[in-house]
Write a protein that binds this ligand. Structure first.
Ligand SMILES: [Zn+2]
Length: 434
């Protein structure tokens, strides 16, 4: 290909956009968006409460370890870190608003254009994403380090940019004589020395380097694919917020859309495309919070606070992280159901109750493409069992074989339940422990 060939390809790609297609199930996406958005909103709320209590403890020098008590050089961190976390919480609140589920109440074929998603929606979502990903990673990096020169670098670089254009009233409200003096000192450095001087240091200036550093520090290098996912979401969201030729073209198309429909009502392909991206981003950011950011906050508290003061905060955060991870695991999972052999060939409606609470009524002709949950997107696998046994014993207790004549285990008379459990116990004792 020559340079003009490429230019011609770009011209046709940018002027003849293909109509978008809905490739995923919008209903499942909407349910999952609501679920993960609720998990994130709840986590931010709980974290904010724990953080307020920890910040109060940091305000009392007797609670702090000797290295973080005046006149030690790291004492200022006990005042700086609560501010850093407050910044993270503000950015997270904004992100939670941008990833709320679609409101489909009152949407009809006549007003379905309300669900059209275009440039403003994409730009709002992805700009909020860029901000939250960048902030959480930079802040986690500072909290894992708690190193004076590194924090100086971070703040002075940002102050230096801010000061260039800010209006006098804001400057006056923000800049004390001391900050102005610090900035003047910083500006004496040549650009080459910014990241390594007597006042400043930055060992990992790039986003990707910070991610790798954090994964090493937190001992989560086994999650390498997630580290790459974070670098990818950063590049993707940067494309949108910077010049963004591709993203602007994609999201600002005005071509008419066909109207789709599902159990709830009409929607548009652009609604579905946007939801797919929103869900993906939501999941990545929620994992970033659980896997990287919250453990980094714990690291900082453990360094700054005496062990007995820190313990309840660290335990609460660890509990929150575990809960978030368990919630995430329930989306798009794989579940197994035991069914009586041949049931799928009959004319019976087979009820498949998902762990999320939604029941799939799998009707004849029992198309295997319908073996998924509309509530959480999980896929169902069927294990067909011969014979006329009533229950299968699983790690979570006896489970009724679907299509068998036996009642649900919990509906059996208590005497029958006890008898069955005794038999199970006797069987277990016969087998050597794994
Ligand atoms: Zn489900």
């Amino acid at each position: 290909m020559t340079d003009t060939d490429i230019l011609r390809h770009i011209a046709s790609a940018f002027s003849e956009r293909k109509s978008s297609a809905a490739l995923s199930n919008y209903l499942v996406l909407s349910n999952n968006i609501k679920y993960v958005n609720d998990v994130l909103r709840f986590a931010v709320h709980v974290f904010s409460g724990i953080e307020s209590a920890a910040a109060r403890s940091l305000g009392t020098p007797a609670n702090c370890t000797p290295d973080y008590r005046e006149p030690a050089s790291r004492a200022p961190f006990t005042r700086i870190i609560p501010r850093v976390v407050a910044n993270g919480l503000a950015v997270l609140d904004k992100f939670v608003l941008h990833t709320a589920p679609d409101d489909r109440g009152g949407i009809t074929v006549e007003n379905v254009s309300k669900l059209h998603r275009g440039f403003m929606d994409y730009n709002g979502l992805v700009t909020a994403t860029r901000q939250v990903v960048d902030s959480l990673v930079s802040d986690a990096y500072q909290m894992c380090l708690l190193e004076p020169k590194s924090l100086n670098y971070h703040v002075l670089v940002s102050l230096n940019s801010f000061d260039r254009y800010v209006t006098p009233s804001i400057r006056q409200a923000l800049f004390t004589k001391e900050t102005s003096d610090a900035l003047a000192e910083f500006r004496k450095l040549s650009f080459r020395d910014w990241a390594n001087s007597a006042l400043t240091r930055c060992g990992e200036p790039n986003f990707g380097q910070k991610v790798d550093f954090l994964f090493r520090q937190l001992g989560i290098t086994s999650e390498q694919s997630f580290a790459e996912e974070l670098k990818d979401i950063f590049k993707f969201s940067s494309e949108f917020t910077h010049i963004g030729y591709v993203s602007t073209f994609f999201s600002s198309s005005q071509s008419p859309e066909v109207i789709f429909g599902d159990d709830i009502g009409p929607y548009l392909p652009s609604t579905e495309n946007f939801s797919e991206l929103k869900y993906r981003i939501l999941e990545t950011v929620t994992r970033l919070l659980a896997l990287v950011y919250l453990p980094s906050v714990t690291r900082a508290w453990q360094k700054m606070l005496e062990a007995n003061v820190c313990m309840p905060f660290a335990e609460s955060l660890a509990g929150l992280v575990k809960e978030m991870q368990e919630h995430l695991k329930t989306r798009n999972a794989q579940y197994y159901f035991f069914v009586r052999s041949g049931l799928a060939k009959t004319d019976k409606v087979i009820e498949l109750p998902c762990i999320c609470g939604v029941v799939r009524r799998w009707a004849p002709p029992h198309d295997s493409n319908d073996l998924y949950c509309k509530g959480c997107g999980s896929h169902f696998n069927l294990m067909e069992l011969d014979g006329d046994g009533g229950y299968v014993i699983t790690s979570s207790g006896p489970v009724r074989i679907i299509g068998s004549e036996a009642p649900e285990f919990k509906d059996l008379p208590v005497v029958e339940q006890v008898k069955l459990m005794r038999e199970v116990d006797a069987l277990k004792r016969k087998q050597p422990e794994p």
